[in-house]
Design a protein around this ligand. Structure first.
Ligand SMILES: NC(=O)C1=CN([C@@H]2O[C@H](COP(=O)(O)OP(=O)(O)OC[C@H]3O[C@@H](n4cnc5c(N)ncnc54)[C@H](O)[C@@H]3O)[C@@H](O)[C@H]2O)C=CC1
Ligand SMILES: O=C(CO)COP(=O)(O)O
Length: 323
């Protein structure tokens, strides 16, 4: 199975490295010429995954047409750009493995819905879980959810991507796998705020547990299964990104918690903090579905510039309720 990767950020590059295990050829499409040149000449993605030596069997390209001979495409552009990139990619009926985590602003669509609209003939799988790119690229042990309704395709993809350190777990719940990854990014911002503002470990654990309740309420309303949300792509990824400054979303929140302006933090970054784009549209979609999302709402207010003390105070002052 010839693998192509759409997106030369940290995660696309790490997944290209996974797919290149054992010297298998992989084509990596990157938007930036400097990334293409660095991967081909030095076997390093200096811009997005510095310090990791990549397999020489990864060939980078800036031309989407070079993906036309691939048997499966890993889609790893940021969620807000997936629709545009897929519209230009030579997909046809080639299976797509969606690896971006987010909800499209303006439409409220999960990445799967975006991909189905752009590429109606392409079978869809979702790969998601607790996966810091730099750890995966270095070959550290990692497990992911690989969700696909077509069992034969899912097994073929799992067999192709699995290696000694990278372990896909099969699932059929595509929507559930997507929702866990999209919602946890928003909750990771909230946990970062707690860290940055020095609110303590109790508060962070409370946010993880109540955030998981929020993710589960939203997921169930949108057709996800509870066991998927409690698995690697939901709870697993929530725990990872709510616990570490290696998470860009957590780091963004930590900056806000320290009192820095969210707009400045967003303006000064080249890497993507998906939760900042997902939070407002998640709030809209949840409101339309009648789902209460107090932590997501708090993150939206903080991103809009509300004071940390005010927002945290409001969260704590909500009427007491059953767990
Ligand atoms: N980095 C990680 O550890 C993980 C990231 N992800 C997800 O993977 C997706 C991609 O993130 P990363 O690879 O980390 O990105 P990154 O933050 O390392 O790099 C930014 C990426 O955005 C792309 N980009 C910027 N503007 C664009 C545009 N207008 N059109 C198309 N692409 C554009 C850049 O080319 C680059 O590939 C996100 O949805 C993220 O949540 C998922 C799991 C792990
Ligand atoms: O999704 C991730 C790990 O699973 C990466 O998290 P961040 O985007 O917050 O860095």
């Amino acid at each position: 199975m010839r693998i192509g990767v759409i997106g030369g950020g940290a995660w696309g590059t790490a997944l290209a490295q996974v797919a290149a295990d054992g010297g298998q050829p992989v084509t990596l499409w990157a938007r930036e010429a400097e990334v293409v040149d660095g991967v081909n000449a030095d076997h390093v993605n200096h811009a997005f995954l510095p310090g990791v030596s990549l397999s020489a069997s990864i060939r980078a390209t800036g031309d989407l047409a070079d993906l036309s001979a691939c048997d499966a495409l890993l889609v790893v552009a940021p969620a807000q750009h997936v629709g545009r990139v897929l519209a230009e990619a030579p997909v046809g009926a080639t299976p797509l493995v969606l690896c971006a985590k987010g909800i499209e602003a303006g439409t409220g669509r999960l990445v799967g819905e975006v991909a189905r609209a752009a590429c109606p003939a392409a079978p869809i799988a979702v790969l998601s879980g607790p996966t810091f790119a730099h750890e995966v690229a270095k070959g550290l042990p990692t497990a992911v959810t690989l969700a696909c309704e077509d069992a034969a395709l899912r097994d073929a993809l799992a067999a192709r991507l699995a290696n000694r350190a990278f372990r896909p777990y099969a699932a059929t719940d595509v929507v559930g796998a997507e929702i866990g990854g999209a919602v946890k990014n928003v909750l990771a911002i909230a946990c970062g705020v707690v860290e940055g503002a020095g609110l303590g470990q109790n508060a962070r654990a409370a946010l993880i547990a109540r955030g998981f309740a929020e993710m589960t309420r939203f997921g169930l309303a949108k057709g996800a299964r509870a066991e998927t949300l409690a698995g690697l792509s939901g709870l697993g990824d929530l725990v990872l990104t709510c616990s570490s400054t290696a998470s860009r979303n957590f780091s963004l929140g930590a900056g806000i918690g320290r009192g820095e302006a969210a707009a400045d933090l967003m303006a000064n970054r080249r890497t993507v903090a998906e939760g900042a784009f997902t939070a407002p549209v998640l709030r809209e979609v949840a409101a339309a579905a009648g789902v209460d999302m107090p932590i997501t709402d708090a993150v939206c207010r903080l991103l809009d510039g509300a004071a940390v003390e005010t927002v945290i105070g409001d969260l704590l002052a909500r009427p007491l309720r059953g767990e």
